[in-house]
Design a protein around this ligand. Structure first.
Ligand SMILES: [Zn+2]
Ligand SMILES: [Zn+2]
Ligand SMILES: [Zn+2]
Length: 345
């Protein structure tokens, strides 16, 4: 009997058992959707702007242009397309006074959770879904990510800006209105930190970006889901989640701050197509996605930004939680074949 495969991540010291033997088909995961109970009053819907803290960024319709503004002097415009507000219960809160950044991480094992925690409302439409959104609206979302990344990463006490999205109740979306979250932290979170360290290591040995190499290699592999002029979508070799995929820009860059308008639009298009394929294939499963990037000067050559999408189709239990070794019952090659078909459909 053939054995299951043990695969190690491209960069991380993380192992996954790819269960080729008891391998499952993506459609096995399709199940009846649990609808979150719709709150009678949604604090993110137009008309309820007073229910959130004042917005730090709004995109307003102004003739055929977009005007960028923020809520000021008690005034909260209602004709917005995008609205970014501080989280009412922030995990990381802004400093109350001028703070010496050196006073935030006090020791190797103690620090203050100083930073920012924001909710980015992706659309005035409560039920908007990036898989079905109009492209101009989804492009506004990406532009707003970039605006917040620019502003937050410039703060002296911010060392990382995490931009992520929880889709569906089981993926942790407690509000059903379409939104993403942004958390700015006073340190670089572990997974990104380890990816950056591994990519630096690779750079020192080969003077090459490890991700540029992965893109080149995987483009000729059975793990290439989608390929257009500017982006590739691939199911990573050591995917931890069934149907996991990553979107990577072909042009080397450590973060999204230098994207042109054409590239931003192309990214929105690629994201929409991939999420639509996932939605069609597995009956709108819950998922999380998060950007990995670096705004640190010394990682600009070696690190390469990307978006990682983790469908929530399996439950991590005792083995995963107690060992950090994962079992994935859908091979990335099967995931690729199915997603590819769904994108073309
Ligand atoms: Zn709403
Ligand atoms: Zn690169
Ligand atoms: Zn990554």
């Amino acid at each position: 009997m053939p054995y299951n495969e043990l695969r190690k991540d491209y960069l991380l010291d993380r192992w996954v058992v790819i269960a080729t033997e008891r391998s499952r088909r993506p459609t096995d995961f399709a199940k009846q959707k649990k609808e979150p109970a719709k709150a009678s009053v949604c604090p993110l819907c137009p008309g309820n702007e007073h229910m959130t803290p004042p917005a730090v960024l709004v995109y307003l319709k102004s003739n055929r242009e977009i005007r960028k503004d923020k809520d000021e002097n008690g005034f909260r415009p209602k004709n917005w397309l995008i609205r970014c507000v501080p989280n009412l219960f922030p995990a990381f809160a802004p400093p109350q006074a001028q703070i010496d950044p050196a006073q935030i991480m006090k020791s190797d094992s103690f620090g203050l959770a100083i930073g920012h925690h924001e909710v980015l409302v992706e659309s005035p439409r409560h039920d908007e879904d990036p898989a079905d959104a109009e492209l101009p609206q989804l492009t506004h979302v990406i532009n707003a990510y970039i605006d917040r990344l620019r502003e937050l990463s410039a703060k002296p006490y911010v060392h990382y800006v995490s931009i992520f999205r929880n889709h569906g109740l089981e993926a942790g979306a407690s509000l059903s209105h379409a939104h993403s979250q942004i958390i700015a932290t006073p340190f670089v979170p572990t997974i990104v930190d380890e990816e950056i360290a591994a990519s630096k290591n690779f750079w020192n040995q080969h003077e090459r970006c490890i991700f540029c190499g992965i893109i080149e290699r995987e483009s000729k592999s059975p793990r290439l889901v989608h390929d257009n002029a500017r982006f590739v979508v691939l199911a990573p070799y050591a995917s931890v989640h069934p149907m996991e995929f990553w979107i990577l820009p072909k042009k080397h860059d450590a973060n999204l701050l230098n994207l042109t308008q054409t590239e931003t639009k192309a990214f929105a298009e690629t994201l929409k197509a991939s999420l639509k394929a996932l939605k069609d294939l597995v009956n709108d499963p819950p998922y999380n996605y998060g950007f990995h990037l670096s705004t640190n000067k010394d990682a600009e050559n070696c690190y390469h930004w990307h978006l990682e999408v983790y469908p929530r189709l399996s439950i991590w239990a005792g083995f995963e939680k107690s060992t950090g070794v994962y079992i994935n019952t859908v091979t990335p090659e099967t995931a690729t074949a199915e997603l590819k078909k769904a994108i073309l459909a």
